[in-house]
Design a protein around this ligand. Structure first.
Ligand code: ARG
Length: 561
C-alpha cells in the first residue's frame, strides 16, 4: 500500500514506469534509516551524474505522498520514512476492515490456477520425499486463493505402468486379500519386492506380468478389478495422511485417467509434422533447443510419462482454462518438464508459457533423525506421528494443565514439520533435525503458533473497544510491529509471483518476533485506558495476521498452547 504510493511519486519525478520503480524499491536493513529506500545507482548511468547527487536532487523534487513523513537522501539512496501516525492508522484499520482477507487481493479475478502436487504413486508408500511437494503445493494453493484465484489441486497419481502387471502376478501367486486389506500398502510393497526376487530365478514371471499389463490396457474385468483395488488400498492410506495434515485435492485424475486421451496427442503431433520415427520409436526432435528428444511412443507402441503429461495439460486447459498450471515436482525432473513444455509450445499453444515447473530440493535427515529405517523410505505417516509424540512430551512438561493436549500436540507436531519445509527457498535441500524443528524458541512453527496463542491469551483478558488513538503507538516496539504487519501483503504477493511460500513464513516470523519484543517491553494491560486500548488493538491485529499467515503456510492456529 505505501510502496505503491511511493513508487507512484518516484515514477512522476523520474519518468521511470511505476512497476520498474516498485521493483527497485528496497526495505533498508536498518529501520532507523527509513521504511523504503530508492537506490539511484542505475540512474547514474543514464543521467551521467553521481548517485549521491541524483539522490539529493530527487529528495528535493519528489512530491511527498501523504503516508510519508520524511524524505532523506543518504549516499546513493533516497530514504522514505513513513509518517508513524498515518502508518499505524492505515495498517491497523486495513487489518480490521479486511479481516481474514488481509494480505490478499482480487488480482486473480477468479481465474483458475491448476496446481499439480504430491502426485503419489499407487502401491507405494507415501514417504518423507513426498513431503516437500505436498506442503509447497498446499501452501501455493492457499496463497493463490488468497490473491483471488480459484485453485485446483490435482494429485496426478502414478497409476500406470508395467509394474501393475507385476503386482497382479505377485498377488495371484502369493497374495491374500485379508492380509492386504488389514496391512495396506506395506503388504503391496512386500508382494512387489517378492516379485523381483522370484523373477531373478524365473524369467517367465516377467512374461506373465507383461501379459497381465496388456489385460489392464484392454480393460479385462479381472485385471481391472485388481488394478482398481490396489488403487483403493493406496488411496485410503494416502487420504488418511492428507487428512492429518488438513490437505485436500480437487482431483485425483492420474496417469491412467489419460488412457483414452493419448490418441489425440499422437494424432495432433503427427498432423503438425512434429513426430519423427527414430529406431522404431516416435519422438519429437528437440536438438535445436539443445535437449534430447521427447519420446512420445515407444517402439512397441506404448506411451510414456511425457505423453501423459502432454495429454494432461491439454485436458486441463480444456477443462479449467487455467491462467497458470504449476507442477510442484523435485528438480530431478527438470529436463522432463523443459522437454514437454517445449513440445506443447511447438504444437502452437501459446499457453505453454503458463506452464511452470515449481522445482524443489531434497530432504535428508541428520544422523539419527530417521534412525529406524534407512534413507528415503521413511514413511511420512511415521514421521508425522513421531513429531506429534515428541510434541506431546514437550507440552506435558511445559503446560501440564493444558486442555485437549492431544489435539494441540497434533496441530503443533504436524505444523512443526510443515513449517520446517517452508522456511527456506524451495530449491535448497532440507536437512531434517528434530531438535531444530521442535524448538519452541527458535524460528519454528511451534514458536509462531505459541506467539499466536500468547496474543489470544492477552485478548481473553480484555478486548479493544471503538476507535483507538493510533498516535499513542509511537514506541519503537509498536512501530516495528506495525511495520512488519504492513509488509505482509507484499510478502504474500511476492510469494505467489515467485512460487515461494517461505516469503510468507519469513514475514510471519518477523511479525512474531516484533510482537514478542512488544509484549515484553510494553505493558499491554496498563492503567492508562487510551494506551491500553491502542495496545490491545495492535495485539488483535498481530493475532489476526499471524493466523492468516499460518493458514497460508498450511498450519493451524491453536488458541491455547
Ligand atoms: N508420480 C511422479 C513421481 O513420483 C510425479 C508426478 C508429477 N506430476 C506430473 N504431472 N508429472 O515422480
Amino acid at each position: 500500500m505505501f510502496k505503491a504510493e511511493i513508487a507512484k511519486a518516484l515514477s512522476e519525478a523520474t519518468g521511470l514506469d511505476t512497476a520498474a520503480v516498485s521493483d527497485m524499491l528496497e526495505i533498508p536493513p536498518n529501520p532507523e534509516l527509513g521504511d523504503y529506500a530508492f537506490p539511484c545507482f542505475r540512474l547514474a548511468k543514464t543521467m551521467r551524474k553521481a548517485p549521491a547527487l541524483i539522490a539529493a536532487e530527487l529528495a528535493e523534487t519528489v512530491k511527498k505522498p501523504d503516508c510519508v513523513g520524511k524524505v532523506l537522501p543518504a549516499g546513493g539512496y533516497v530514504n522514505f520514512v513513513l509518517d508513524r501516525g498515518v502508518q499505524a492508522k492505515t495498517v491497523l484499520e486495513k487489518i480490521r476492515t479486511e479481516g481474514k482477507k488481509y494480505g490478499g487481493s482480487s488480482e486473480g479475478g477468479g481465474r483458475n490456477v491448476c496446481i499439480d502436487y504430491s502426485s503419489v504413486n499407487i502401491a507405494k508408500p507415501l514417504h518423507i520425499g513426498h513431503l516437500p511437494s505436498t506442503v509447497i503445493g498446499n501452501s501455493l494453493y492457499r496463497i493463490y486463493e488468497h490473491i483471488g484465484y480459484n485453485s485446483v489441486g490435482i494429485n496426478h497419481l502414478g497409476d500406470w505402468g508395467t509394474q501393475f502387471g507385476k503386482m497382479i502376478v505377485a498377488y495371484r501367486l502369493w497374495g491374500n486379500r485379508e492380509t492386504i486389506e488389514a496391512g495396506g500398502v506395506d503388504e503391496l510393497v512386500k508382494l512387489y519386492v517378492r516379485f523381483h526376487q522370484e523373477a531373478e530365478r524365473d524369467e517367465s514371471l516377467n512374461d506373465q506380468a507383461r501379459a497381465w499389463f496388456r489385460k489392464i490396457e484392454e480393460n479385462d474385468p479381472e485385471a481391472m478389478e485388481l488394478f482398481s483395488w490396489f488403487k483403493e488400498i493406496t488411496l485410503k492410506e494416502v487420504r488418511q495422511v492428507f487428512d492429518m495434515m488438513g490437505i485436500r485435492f480437487d482431483s485425483y485424475a492420474g496417469e491412467s485417467f489419460y488412457n483414452d486421451k493419448m490418441d489425440r496427442v499422437v494424432d495432433e503431433l503427427r498432423e503438425k509434422h512434429l513426430l519423427i520415427k527414430d529406431q522404431g520409436a516416435q519422438i519429437v526432435d528437440l536438438s535445436e533447443y539443445k535437449m534430447p528428444p521427447c519420446i512420445i511412443l515407444r517402439s512397441d507402441g506404448a506411451t510414456l510419462y511425457a505423453t501423459r503429461d502432454i495429454a494432461a495439460a491439454l485436458y486441463r486447459k480444456d477443462t479449467y482454462d487455467f491462467a497458470k498450471c504449476l507442477y510442484v515436482v523435485a528438480y530431478q525432473q527438470n529436463l522432463h518438464f523443459r522437454q514437454w513444455f517445449k513440445v506443447v509450445e511447438l504444437m502452437g499453444y501459446d499457453w505453454a508459457k503458463d506452464l511452470t515447473h515449481v522445482a524443489f530440493g531434497m530432504v535428508s535427515g541428520t544422523e539419527g533423525a530417521f534412525s529406524t529405517r534407512k534413507g528415503n523410505m521413511v514413511k511420512l505417516r511415521d514421521v508425522l506421528q513421531a513429531s506429534i509424540d515428541k510434541t506431546r512430551a514437550i507440552i506435558r512438561e511445559k503446560s501440564p494443565d493444558l486442555e485437549d493436549a492431544d489435539g494441540i500436540a497434533k496441530e503443533v507436531g504436524i505444523g512443526a514439520l510443515v513449517w520446517s519445509m517452508l522456511y527456506n527457498g524451495r530449491i535448497k535441500d532440507v536437512v531434517f533435525d528434530w531438535d531444530t524443528i521442535l524448538n519452541f524458541d527458535g524460528e519454528t512453527g511451534p514458536y509462531v503458533q505459541y506467539t499466536h496463542a500468547r496474543a489470544c491469551s492477552v485478548l481473553r483478558k480484555a478486548k479493544p473497544e471503538g476507535d483507538p488513538d493510533y498516535s499513542l503507538l509511537n514506541d519503537d516496539e509498536s512501530r516495528s510491529l506495525i511495520a512488519a504487519l504492513g509488509a505482509f501483503p507484499d510478502a504474500v504477493k511476492e510469494a505467489a509471483e515467485k512460487y515461494e511460500p517461505y516469503l510468507v513464513s519469513r514475514s510471519v516470523m518477523q511479525i512474531c518476533q516484533a510482537f514478542n519484543r512488544f509484549y515484553y517491553e510494553q505493558r499491554i494491560m496498563t492503567d492508562d485506558a487510551a494506551l491500553r486500548n491502542a495496545r490491545l488493538t495492535l495485539t488483535e491485529a498481530a493475532r489476526d495476521v499471524i493466523a492468516i499467515g499460518l493458514n497460508l503456510i498450511g498450519l493451524s492456529a491453536p488458541e491455547r498452547m
